[in-house]
Design a protein around this ligand. Sequence first.
Ligand SMILES: Cc1cc2nc3c(=O)[nH]c(=O)nc-3n(C[C@H](O)[C@H](O)[C@H](O)COP(=O)(O)OP(=O)(O)OC[C@H]3O[C@@H](n4cnc5c(N)ncnc54)[C@H](O)[C@@H]3O)c2cc1C
Length: 456
Amino acid sequence: MKPQVVILGGGFAGLAAASQLGDRYAVTLVDRGADFEYLPNLHELVSRSKKPRSLRLDRGRLVERHGHTFRQSEVVAIDPELRQVRTGDGGILPYDALVVATGSAVSSHGVPGVAEHALALRSIAEGVEIGTRLKQLADDGGTRSVIVVGGGFTGVECLGEILRRYRQRRGLDVRLIEPGPRLLARQPRVVHRELRAVSEECDVELLFGESVAGLEPGRLHLASGSWLRTDLTLWTAGGAPSPLLAAAGLAAPKEWAPVRRGLQSRAHDDVFIAGDSAELRHRVSKQSYQATAMGRRAGKNVARLLAGRELKKYSPPDEQLLITFGYLTGFYVDDDVVLEGAALCLARELLFQIGMAELDRPHRAGARRRLLKRLGDAARLGALPAPLLSLMPQPFARTPRDRFDLPSLPRVLKWRGAGSALEAAGASAATSGRVGQVAGEQAPGVLRVLGPKLLK
Ligand SMILES: Cc1cc2nc3c(=O)[nH]c(=O)nc-3n(C[C@H](O)[C@H](O)[C@H](O)COP(=O)(O)OP(=O)(O)OC[C@H]3O[C@@H](n4cnc5c(N)ncnc54)[C@H](O)[C@@H]3O)c2cc1C
């Protein structure tokens, strides 16, 4: 009989783990949702610049492509002693090796009223609801108040998308509340300074050092004592681990699950943790490319464990970030190199298109059709930055509304601690080499994915 492998969660990490396991194993992937949702671009639903169909893929198809079984069900318990998983539909799945990749959930941080009176952005359904509510508020003619809670990646990207669509609607008062002193606290300060300048130019009120004490219908209570009127509150104040981890003894209550160097749980040898759920000894950011890399390593290590071979260590990829601010501007952050400009948003769109095509390879007619729809939706709904549209010939050209609609070249905001022209030149050569290396790594994947389409 084949060894049984169960994978919990079919997001970036779970699917990547499944892709590494061949038909020598009986693999079952369990997820509560029928569709894989591409979370890193969810914020574009806020401005309705992406269609839901562009962000989802049939999960069963992605899993069955590798010869594995997909089970759509809620996981309700993991029993590492009995080596089995229980699902909400009464199923019991025994395993020889388990991969836990349940991602993260919304955390209210114990603030009352969040679930009832705020919207979070963790799924396509929530993104669509936010996009619809914003449009209603913008169209209804009165003065409406929109509050984004949280100045991390999701809060900043949501704010950018609100401004992308509605920055010239006078009826929307937009605020962002962040308990810390700046936006994107873990990124270089210049990113915060630039984001603050753009936000203030668009009349956004940024409240730093303020936290939310509670939410009631139509109003929000700040810990400092005042109340703010709100017609729509977006809650982006961080994620929390699935309670399954602590209940199974894989993590302390409300903590991520600590792992060893090969992503094996510290508590059980036959359990691997990948993606957002895992707590590495050296912390990495909870990002999709980390989740994918962890999933691949966990999948490979499951095979090694079952073959009695030594596990390999997980080496996290270098942290490079592309942050978009609603096509008003974007940032590329690589340690202490920061580039800024709306043109960088195009790179982000390219990464999205490649990411989706990597998951749903266009070598079959169905996948090719879906790729073409995604590209068509992108062109129609505004994946092209407004500056590019203003350069298009009639009838495609759009009249620029403000400076953000005018073409501009990316600029360098920060270039290591270069003290002299010579140092800057040296750093510049090193970074060009790095960018070239990344492009070289991506090129075969791009050609593999788009090649069949281009050659057709
Ligand atoms: C709005 C937003 C914007 C983001 N932007 C970026 C970005 O720009 N760049 C970037 O790299 N990353 C970004 N991220 C982070 C990135 O999406 C995550 O790091 C990544 O999705 C983690 O992958 P994962 O596989 O660990 O978890 P997930 O992708 O969250 O997948 C977990 C899966 O487990 C399933 N699951 C959980 N519990 C259960 C259960 N009990 N029973 C059954 N199924 C269950 C869920 O349904 C889900 O499908 C963003 C995330 C969000 C929400």
